[in-house]
Design a protein around this ligand. Structure first.
Ligand code: SAM
Length: 219
C-alpha cells in the first residue's frame, strides 16, 4: 500500500485494526501479491465511518479495481443501499463480482465496465457519496463533474490526495526547487486539491491517513 507517513506510526495504526472478514483479508493478500493499489483497511474503515455518519444509502465509486473499497461502501450502506462499481477492466470486474458474492453484498452493487467519468456523466441522479480513485491526471475533470452529482450534505471523497508527498514538490515549494519535475499525476492532484479548497461548493479537509484522503462536504 502506498504511504508516506513515518513507518513506525503507520505500523502502529495498522496493528490496532481489528481483523477483517476472510474475503477482505484475501483481497488484501491478493493486492499485496499482485501490486493492486487498494485503499487498505485503515482507509476502508474511514469510508465506512463517513458513510454511516451521514446515513449514506447511495455511493458512486470511480475506479474500483478488484472491488476492495466497494465492499467497505457496500457494508456501510447496508441492505437496500446501492453502490456503483466502475472500472475499465472486465477482468477486474469479474474478479470483483466473485468477492462481492463471498461478502454477501452483491445484491447492493451495480457493476459498470468502461470509463468511470463517462459512466458518471450518464447518470442524472445525485448520490450521498461520490468516491474518486481514477488515474490522478483526471482528478480535475472529476472535480468539475462532482458538484452536480453529490447531494447537499453529501460527501465527495478522493484517495491519494497527498500522492506519496509529491504534492509538496508539484506545488512549487521553493525548498524543493531542485527536485525532479513533477509528473502529470502529481500536477493533477495539486490542481484538484487547489480547486477543492477554493470552491464555494465544498468544505474540504485532507485526512493524512496512508496516501491522503480528501474529504469534501457539499455545502
Ligand atoms: C487505485 S485503483 C482502485 C482501487 C479501489 N478503489 C480500492 O481501493 O479497492 C484504480 C482503478 O481504477 C481504474 N481506472 C483508472 N482510471 C479509470 C477510468 N477513467 N475509468 C475506469 N477505470 C479507471 C484502474 O485501472 C484501476 O483498476
Amino acid at each position: 500500500m502506498k504511504s508516506f507517513t513515518d513507518e513506525r506510526v503507520e505500523n502502529y495504526l495498522y496493528a490496532m485494526l481489528p481483523q477483517r472478514e476472510p474475503v477482505l483479508q484475501e483481497m488484501e493478500r491478493q493486492a499485496k501479491a499482485r501490486d493492486i493499489p487498494i485503499v487498505g483497511p485503515a482507509v476502508g474503515r474511514l469510508f465506512y465511518q463517513y458513510a454511516r455518519l451521514i446515513n449514506a444509502k447511495t455511493v458512486f465509486e470511480l475506479g474500483s479495481a478488484i472491488g476492495y473499497s466497494t465492499i467497505w461502501w457496500a457494508k456501510a450502506v447496508g441492505e437496500g443501499g446501492t453502490v456503483h462499481y466502475t472500472d475499465g477492466s472486465r477482468k477486474n470486474a469479474d474478479e470483483a463480482r466473485g468477492y462481492f458474492e463471498q461478502a454477501g453484498v452483491a445484491d447492493r452493487i451495480q457493476i459498470h465496465v468502461g470509463d468511470a467519468l463517462e459512466v458518471l456523466s450518464e447518470r442524472k441522479e445525485e448520490f450521498d457519496i461520490v468516491f474518486n480513485d481514477v488515474d490522478k491526471h483526471d482528478y480535475p475533470r472529476v472535480f468539475n463533474m462532482a458538484a452536480a452529482r453529490v447531494r447537499k450534505g453529501g460527501l465527495f471523497i478522493s484517495d491519494n490526495a497527498l500522492w506519496s508527498g509529491s504534492v509538496a514538490y508539484a506545488a512549487g515549494n521553493p525548498d524543493l526547487a531542485n527536485s525532479a519535475e513533477p509528473d502529470k499525476y502529481a500536477k493533477g492532484v495539486v490542481e484538484f486539491n487547489r480547486l477543492l479548497y477554493s470552491s464555494k461548493d465544498w468544505f474540504t479537509t485532507i485526512v493524512p491517513l496512508r496516501d491522503g484522503v480528501a474529504v469534501a462536504l457539499r455545502v
